[in-house]
Design a binder for this molecule. Structure first.
Ligand SMILES: [Zn+2]
Length: 276
C-alpha cells in the first residue's frame, strides 16, 4: 500500500518534470500587442524627413538700421566715389563731429553698419505721397488717421524741408501706412525704408499695431506717439540713446525734443549717402 502511494507520487513527479520540459519547449510565443489591449498603443511615427533637395538660400544680407524696422538698399552699390565725393564726405564727417552731442547723428552712424546718411530730397514743392491702407484689424479706429496726420505734422512744423500729401489712391504712393493687430515681438510700430545708392530715400512702409505686445488695445494718443517715432524713421532718423527724445527706441515722450528737431534739421542740411 505504501509502495503504491510512493510509486504514484514518483509517477506524479515524473509527469510534472515532463510537463516542465514540454512547457518550456511548447510555451506559446509572446503575442504582439494588439490594439484594444491594455498595453499602451504605439503611435506610428512619420518616416524621417529626407533632406531637402534644394536647401533654402541663405538669408539675404539686408542691413537693419533700427530695431523698429529694416531698410533695404534699392540697388547695387558698385560705383567708386570720385576724389571730390571723398572730400565732401570728409567735410560731412567733420561737421558731424563738431556738432558733438547737440544731435544724435553721430550715434546713428555709430550704430549703423553702413555709415550711410539717408534722407528724402527736399520735397517742399512736390510733397511726399502718403497712402493709408484700408484695414479690418480689430480695434482699428478712424481717429487713428488723425493721430497719424498730427504725427507727420510735428515733423513738418519743426521745419523739415518736406511736405506730405495724404492721397486716396495707392497707385502712386511713396509711403504706405498699414495696420496689423499685434507684433510677435516687443514692438508697436515698424518702418521699412528703401533708398538708392546715394542714400536718397525712395519709399517707406509704416506698419502700426492696434494692440500693444501685452494685448492692450491702442488708443489714438498711443498711436500718435508711435507714429511720431515711426515718421522719424521714415525721414531717415535712427534711434537716440536719450529717453527724452522721441527717437529713443521705446519712446517715452509724446513730442519732439529740441534734440530731435536739431538732429532732423541737421540731417536735411547734409548730403545723403555713404560717409566712408
Ligand atoms: Zn524706432
Amino acid at each position: 500500500m505504501v509502495e503504491r502511494r510512493l510509486t504514484g507520487m514518483i509517477a506524479a513527479a515524473a509527469v510534472l518534470i515532463v510537463l516542465f520540459i514540454f512547457w518550456d519547449v511548447f510555451r506559446p510565443a509572446p503575442r504582439p500587442v494588439e490594439p484594444g489591449s491594455t498595453a499602451p498603443l504605439r503611435i506610428a511615427e512619420p518616416p524621417p524627413t529626407p533632406p531637402p533637395q534644394n536647401p533654402p538660400p541663405p538669408e539675404a544680407t539686408t542691413p537693419t538700421t533700427t530695431s523698429q524696422g529694416t531698410a533695404v538698399p534699392a540697388g547695387p552699390n558698385g560705383r567708386e566715389p570720385s576724389y571730390l565725393e571723398l572730400m565732401a564726405r570728409s567735410e560731412t564727417r567733420r561737421r558731424i563731429r563738431s556738432s558733438g552731442s547737440t544731435t544724435y547723428i553721430a550715434e546713428m552712424l555709430e550704430a549703423s553698419g553702413d555709415s550711410m546718411l539717408r534722407r528724402w530730397d527736399n520735397r517742399q514743392t512736390n510733397p511726399i505721397r502718403v497712402w493709408f491702407a484700408p484695414t479690418h484689424a480689430a480695434n482699428y479706429q478712424p481717429a487713428f488717421v488723425d493721430a497719424i496726420k498730427q504725427a507727420f505734422g510735428q515733423w513738418t512744423n519743426a521745419g523739415v524741408p518736406v511736405r506730405f500729401d495724404f492721397i486716396a489712391d495707392s497707385s502712386n504712393a511713396e509711403v504706405t501706412v498699414k495696420w496689423r493687430i499685434q507684433f510677435e515681438i516687443e514692438r508697436t510700430g515698424q518702418t521699412d525704408v528703401t533708398w538708392d545708392d546715394d542714400g536718397r530715400i525712395q519709399g517707406a512702409v509704416i506698419t502700426l499695431a492696434t494692440f500693444d505686445p501685452k494685448g492692450r488695445p491702442m488708443e489714438p494718443q498711443d498711436i500718435q506717439v508711435v507714429a511720431t517715432h515711426e515718421v522719424g524713421h521714415l525721414l531717415g532718423l535712427d534711434h537716440s540713446k536719450d529717453s527724452t527724445d522721441i527717437m529713443f527706441p521705446t519712446a517715452k515722450v509724446r513730442d519732439l525734443s529740441d534734440r530731435d528737431v536739431r538732429t532732423v534739421l541737421f540731417l536735411y542740411q547734409l548730403t545723403p549717402g555713404s560717409l566712408r
